[in-house]
Design a protein around this ligand. Structure first.
Ligand SMILES: [Zn+2]
Length: 593
């Protein structure tokens, strides 16, 4: 709608969102052309929700810490005409300490008709953001119980999925209902009573019984068990995943889908089922993407990082009205089959990369989310180099460099909720993508890209040689400090100095160059007194050299009269005049507003 480049569009959208009182959340790659998914429905007045409902990953109460989730079963009828859902959620959990009340995060807007335990109906109380179930007995640590909550209501409609998420009630081009969920920033409690925290993945996965109107299908996580025909042409789709799943990685997708199926031979020798649930209007385009990019993207990611992690279930994609999201084994794809500017569909590739970075390897503290997004962006850059060569790769890297904000560290060393992570006053926001990828490439300059990629494989699989691993592949939750420890091991040196400046601090370091007699003197300014022995590539009279900078400085003899170009290929991350500081960017934004 604005004829400006995508980067500026993102800035404008984020600015508008902040100005309008919406949370400015940039959850997926800004390289993909953002599209407005705010439908007229989203402008209907919705009862405001409790801030805790609209956030995820907040510090957990003693009540939430008293148990861990084993499994969820969701049984829902989807009612597009009234934009509502009705059904139940069964929560199977194990007490970690004595407990007589089950505390669940849950949007208070839903009407709860009854709650049942093994012995029958249970008493419950609600608040705007919680459901408290009186268990009628005291559970001991280690006891496992299942509780079912029956409820109905109108779930929160996304303002601007996937950035400001919720339910998306859209229509296909031919006017049929097209429904999706995108709840990364808000969490599962917008949809079902749950433990809304990234550490609370259901250990044995989820099961879905999704009932949809005649003519529609439901695509979900895991494996389709069966389709149950009901009266009036309605059908219930029974999906099941036995895998631990991010609570935001569970997804509902309903539409007039065609189901494209195939197989992929994984690098580990196994056969991976492929499924693409595309809307019937787009079958031809979907088949082309399915035939070409599904196997190519899988081969690229497997070669670089290791076997597709969930081959025992499927590699799946559902076409959605919103741009995309890393829903485990059923990635959301809404890029409308655009011609990729780097020779492939960036959005499809980025979301698929999250099966490695975000799903099998995930973070328990949202402040560490650059381990999902910086890594996926790195994978994307790397694929551009594979497909299109260096010119496109450098163009992509430089374009994304121009959007780095440097207002907060990419991994602030504290616990952050989703809202805090995506607020530039408290968290890395969009920098977790591009700056995260740039940090990995800069690290590659110091210690070698091969070693960085070995470290990334160890982060995912705990081994640098994962290619023969077969299902089940162990999911892991990781921290930035875990990654630093692996990097130190691969580098054979303590790389804390690198992480302190590039990962744990906000401003980009500056590389100063001064003439001193016949010499050129290089020195780093990191806005701290800590040692920063970051080497720099420098072309001197046509010869590209790596200048070591112990103590953060180096003298190039005769450099005053030589033809010198510092870092001609932009291999290391530093402040250049082409990007503003955080303060300058804020002043420029204010002047523009
Ligand atoms: Zn992403």
């Amino acid at each position: 709608m604005w004829r400006i480049n995508n980067f500026l569009l993102m800035i404008v959208l984020a600015g508008l969102a902040a100005f309008g009182g919406y949370r400015a959340v940039q959850h997926i790659l800004p390289d993909g052309a953002p599209k407005e998914t705010a439908t007229p429905e989203a402008e209907e007045s919705q009862a405001p929700r409790d801030p805790a409902v609209m956030d995820t990953g907040r510090p957990m109460s003693p009540g939430l810490l008293a148990y861990e989730v084993e499994h969820y079963t969701l049984r829902h009828e989807i009612l597009p005409e009234t934009k509502s859902i009705a059904g139940s959620a069964t929560i199977e959990f194990t007490a970690l300490s004595g407990m007589d009340t089950l505390e669940l995060d849950f949007d208070g807007v839903f009407s709860v008709s009854k709650v049942e335990g093994p012995g029958g109906a249970l008493d419950f109380t609600k608040s705007p953001s919680k459901l408290f179930v009186t268990l009628g007995e005291t559970l001991n640590a280690g006891e496992t119980v299942a509780v079912s909550v029956h409820y109905s209501g109108k779930p929160w409609i996304a303002d601007r999925a996937p950035w400001d998420g919720g339910f998306v009630w859209a229509e296909t081009p031919s006017g049929k209902p097209w429904v999706a969920t995108a709840i990364q920033g808000e969490g599962c409690d917008l949809w079902w009573p749950c433990k809304d925290h990234p550490t609370a993945e259901p250990k044995r996965g989820l099961e879905f019984f999704i009932t949809v109107p005649a003519g529609l299908s439901a695509a979900g996580n895991g494996v389709l068990q069966n389709i149950i025909d009901l009266e009036d042409g309605r059908r219930t789709f029974h999906w099941k995943t036995a895998l631990p799943t991010n609570v935001y990685g569970a997804a509902l997708n309903v539409g007039p889908y065609v189901r494209l199926t195939g197989e992929y031979q994984s690098v580990n020798g196994s056969t991976v089922p492929l499924e693409f649930w595309a809307i019937e209007d787009h079958e031809e385009d979907a088949q082309a993407l399915f035939d070409k990019e599904f196997p190519e993207a899988l081969a690229s990611l497997e070669a670089r990082f290791g076997p597709y992690p969930w081959g025992q279930e499927k590699m799946g994609v559902a076409e959605t009205p919103h741009l995309g999201m890393e829903h485990q084994t059923i990635n959301a794809y809404g890029n409308e089959f655009r011609r990729g500017r780097y020779g492939y569909d960036n959005l499809f590739y980025h979301e698929l990369a999250h099966e490695w970075f975000g799903n099998i390897m995930s973070v328990g503290n949202i402040a560490d989310m650059w381990l999902h997004e910086g890594t996926a962006t790195y994978a994307d850059f790397a694929h551009t180099r594979e497909v299109m060569g260096d010119a496109a790769f450098l163009t992509q890297k430089y374009t994304r460099y121009l959007g780095i904000k440097s207002c907060q560290p990419i991994a602030p060393p504290r616990q952050l909720s989703g809202d805090q992570t995506f607020d530039e006053k408290t968290g890395p926001e969009g920098d977790m993508y591009a700056k995260g990828a740039w940090v990995l490439y800069s690290l590659g300059f110091v210690m070698g890209e091969d070693k960085v990629e070995r470290a990334l494989r160890r982060l995912i699989y705990d081994t640098a040689e994962p290619h023969a691993l077969t299902a089940p592949i162990t999911p892991r939750q990781r921290t930035t400090d875990d990654f630093l420890a692996i990097i130190n091991d691969e580098a054979g040196a303590d790389m804390s100095w690198f992480f302190d400046v590039y990962v744990r601090s906000a401003p980009l370091p500056e590389l100063n160059a001064e003439i001193d007699g016949d010499d050129l003197v290089l020195s780093w300014n990191t806005f701290s007194d800590a040692d920063f022995p970051m080497p720099a590539p420098v072309r001197i009279d046509g010869e590209l050299r790596r200048i070591e900078m112990p103590g953060g400085a180096a003298r190039i003899e005769g450099g005053a009269t030589a033809e010198v170009m510092i870092d001609p290929m932009m291999e290391i991350l530093r402040k250049l005049p082409s990007v503003p500081t955080c303060a300058e960017r804020k002043a420029e934004d204010a002047a523009r507003d």
